[in-house]
Design a protein around this ligand. Structure first.
Ligand SMILES: Nc1ncnc2c1ncn2[C@@H]1O[C@H](COP(=O)(O)OP(=O)(O)OP(=O)(O)O)[C@@H](O)[C@H]1O
Ligand SMILES: [Mg+2]
Length: 277
């Protein structure tokens, strides 16, 4: 069974892409074959995994606009168990190209149906808007995770976004559900962050992830090296937090981490380690 998770929030710069890359890499590292799909014309999830986004062709634009089969766009990444469908500024034309297209809101969902069961999880990164690309992602999804930055205006626009999710569920995709909120870039030393945390917990209730992602410079550095945090610095606070997030995500599904597959992952210490003595 493939489960599709969309990481979305129409607010910009809240940690959507960082969460997409590192949750996807975390799940892959913990043994679950995962496909990451970039649907943002900025292509940050694509370059963040070390791909030249301009060279990534065919990409998700070809899938949603030209109906190129999704299989033709999937590439292996340097993270074992993790594949990627990339995006770039080609996507800026998608809103207009799809304006009068039939089934314009269901393009991604249709494309995903052809790769059912090849991956355990599909994780989709969204642009910071509520346009046709985000609607396509929500229409293709089983669950939505909403990253919330631990800052003053954190909840602004959130009600509108949740209303959009509800509208997509009522009109297009009855199985769509809110997985929960995730606090990102959190600074425990700030009183403000803790006030935001209280408000966000009230808003999401028990669906809010217990795992909180701290503000950590290593998370901001990793994409510049084209690496997930599990390759760049798994022992950093950011690396430990995204590992905890992947574990919490699995435990919500009664799933356990599986065999650790490759050398860099042995540092994650999710399995009992042999000392080599
Ligand atoms: N926990 C963190 N600690 C420090 N820096 C972070 C953290 N999470 C994200 N960042 C940095 O903050 C910036 C915004 O993060 P990110 O790109 O993940 O947000 P986004 O919601 O995808 O943005 P956009 O809306 O533009 O797509 C990036 O420079 C990223 O490297
Ligand atoms: Mg982004």
């Amino acid at each position: 069974m493939t489960e599709t998770i969309v990481i979305a929030n129409q607010k910009g710069g809240v940690g959507k892409t960082t969460t997409t890359i590192n949750l996807a890499a975390g799940l892959a590292t913990l043994g679950y074959p995962t496909l990451m799909i970039d649907t943002d014309p900025q292509g940050n999830a694509t370059s963040g995994l070390g791909f030249d986004k301009v060279e990534f062709s065919p990409n998700i634009y070809n899938v949603v606009v030209e109906l190129t089969p999704l299989e033709k766009t999937i590439r292996a990444t340097t993270v074992p168990n993790l594949c990627l469908v990339g995006a770039n500024s080609d996507l800026l034309g998608s809103e207009i190209a799809l304006a009068t297209a039939i089934g314009r809101e269901s393009r991604l969902r249709g494309a995903l149906s052809s790769i059912r069961d090849k991956f355990r999880f599909v994780i989709i990164d969204c642009p910071p808007s509520l346009g046709i690309l985000t609607i396509n992602a929500l229409n293709a999804a089983d669950k939505v995770i909403i990253p919330i930055q631990g800052e003053y205006y954190a909840l602004e626009g959130l009600a509108q976004f949740v209303e959009t999710i509800n509208r997509v569920r009522d009109t297009l995709n009855p199985k769509l559900a809110l997985e929960g909120g995730l606090l990102t870039m959190f600074d425990t030393r700030m009183l403000l962050s803790n006030q935001v945390k209280d408000e966000v917990s009230k808003f999401f209730g028990p669906s809010l992830f217990n795992t909180v992602i701290p503000r950590n410079i290593r998370l901001a550095e990793a994409p510049g090296f084209g690496q997930s945090i599990f390759q760049y610095d798994p022992k950093s606070r950011g690396g430990q937090a995204y590992l905890a997030l992947a574990q919490e995500f699995l435990s919500r599904r009664d799933l356990k981490p599986q065999t650790v597959v490759d050398a860099p992952q042995t540092e994650l210490a999710v399995e009992p380690q042999t000392t080599g003595e």
